[in-house]
Design a protein around this ligand. Sequence first.
Ligand SMILES: C[S@@+](CC[C@H](N)C(=O)[O-])C[C@H]1O[C@@H](n2cnc3c(N)ncnc32)[C@H](O)[C@@H]1O
Length: 303
Amino acid sequence: MIVIANARRAAPTVSRATTFTVAGAAADAMASAAGTAPGISRAEFERFRDLLHRVTGIHLSDAKQTLLVGRLSKRLRELRLASFGDYFGYLNSGQDPDELQRMVDLMTTNETYFFREPGHFDFLRRLAREHPASQALRVWSAASSTGEEAYTTCMVLADERGIGGRWSVLGSDISHTVLQVARAGRYELQRTRGLPDEYLRKYCLKGVRSQEGSFVIDKRLRAHTEFIALNLMQPAPDIGPFELIFLRNVMIYFDQPTKRRVVEHLTQRLAPGGHLVVGHSETLSGLSETLRAVRPTIYRRST
Ligand SMILES: C[S@@+](CC[C@H](N)C(=O)[O-])C[C@H]1O[C@@H](n2cnc3c(N)ncnc32)[C@H](O)[C@@H]1O
């Protein structure tokens, strides 16, 4: 039995653990080595693929075998394991309960940047203007990666509702590695792609001396944010309700049943009339009876 902790640094209300079992080892003995790629047999690949899918919802096509080898080989070397079969056995042995999390962290794709898909932030700006100032406005960046989406949201909300206004931003991700970066809020200056100079000056501080070449998000913005570990495959804990949830550029990794499940979990945490926003290459078509498209990629909870 392997256990993956779901919310390490979470508030008590969201702290929980997910338990799952890795399939037995017998299949390997029977598996054919046909389709063997350097370093991994077809059977080994399938066992990792099943495990990753069961835990994260991420579906790896056959073409992703090389990607898996590329991302996990270094870990095998660090553990001085001779084969992927040995690594799978190690994961299953319970010797190191944190190893599954490490594997998941290595297998997730975390690309993100400030003001990615900027039309969504124009939409947020309008929402922030229309929402009564006396009522808190809550936004959830539900696959936040290293935090750029959450901090972009902060900048827009600070602009529209004041830096001391009633608003908050929750960021969450399954990967603990990216959450560490998000919580620190420190980025390389090269990563300002998409970030207007005005916002860089207004809401970020350039690093000096040992921090030269980086910038940090102003702590007044960070005071409005929290980042928690959360697996979208599990029902969302008792957080929310949110006026807006970003679920962008993560469903591309999921198959149809997983998408449906994840959307259902998140819809439960939307305020009535709240909006769910997906990435530009994603759609919720046929996935939810509760959400209505208000424009491509932006959906509204109707009940
Ligand atoms: C490509 S990034 C998207 C970041 C940001 N939303 C954006 O659009 O720029 C996808 C993120 O989804 C996270 N992820 C993948 N499966 C997940 C799951 N089951 N639960 C929570 N996060 C997950 C990954 O760790 C990764 O950081």
